[in-house]
Design a protein around this ligand. Structure first.
Ligand code: SAH
Length: 218
């Protein structure tokens, strides 16, 4: 093996080890995360740190989440191959790419047009044809494609947005951070059952806020 190949293999092993040690144990999720290289989703200065378990800055003042948090949220969604998934907060597109390996169809929404365009280009490059990326205020969900089997929100709101709860299928799961943007937020998992909504609190996290309307660039 030449040095570069060996280095790549070692980096991948360390990346997967970090995920496991932080509680990402579902094999399908680990396989999806092994299959999607985080490198192309991070541009510029920070691209060298793509394989560290850290959130990193992306365009429009936003952040790509920490891989272990991506893994834990994805695992909590319990996605099956037939599922239609909605993501609010496309950001770099990394989370959506992982969802696309596990689900039948992924819709992802961001309020920044530039992020949506850049993410679309990466999805095309990686041949991820089951993702549709849309510029909109995701707080309202995507009524024309509802209901969804799974919903993931990757920006923090004080409460789960009503339209998203309404667009979740019965039997469906939604995972999202709740809390004020400048204080402690918690990841929660909401299950919609015939008897109503069941809430589970996971761990504390720190996400950028879910904001109203479109970003300045679109
Ligand atoms: N999932 C992303 C990280 C998301 S960062 C990744 O894998 O890289 C949070 C994103 O939520 C930001 O890109 C921000 O623009 C977006 N966002 C915030 N409020 C929003 C809203 N109301 N509707 C859609 N996107 C929103």
């Amino acid at each position: 093996m030449n040095d570069e190949v060996e280095e790549g293999a070692q980096r991948k092993m360390q990346f997967l080890y970090a995920l496991r040690s932080k509680g990402v144990t579902d094999n399908r999720v680990l396989e999806a995360m092994e299959a999607v290289d985080r490198g192309p989703f991070i541009k510029g200065l920070f691209s060298e740190r793509a394989y560290e378990d850290m959130p990193l800055p992306i365009a429009c003042g936003q952040t790509i989440s920490q891989p272990s948090v991506v893994g834990l949220m994805t695992q909590a969604l319990e996605i099956s191959p037939r599922d239609k998934v909605l993501e609010i907060g496309t950001g770099s597109g990394y989370q959506a790419a992982i969802l696309s390996k596990l689900a039948r169809r992924v819709y992802t929404i961001d309020r920044h047009r530039r992020l949506v365009h850049e993410a679309r280009a990466i999805f095309a490059e990686l041949d991820l044809v089951n993702i549709t990326a849309i510029t909109a205020d995701g707080s309202f969900g995507l009524a024309e494609q509802a209901p969804f089997d799974r919903i993931i929100v990757t920006a923090a709101a004080e409460d789960p947005p009503g339209p998203l709860l309404a667009q979740l299928k019965e039997g469906g799961i939604m995972v999202l951070p709740v809390g004020q943007s400048d204080s402690v937020q918690h990841l929660i998992r909401v299950r919609k059952t015939a008897d109503g909504l069941e809430y589970d609190e996971m761990r504390s996290v720190r996400f950028v806020p879910l904001l109203e309307g479109l970003g300045k660039d679109g």
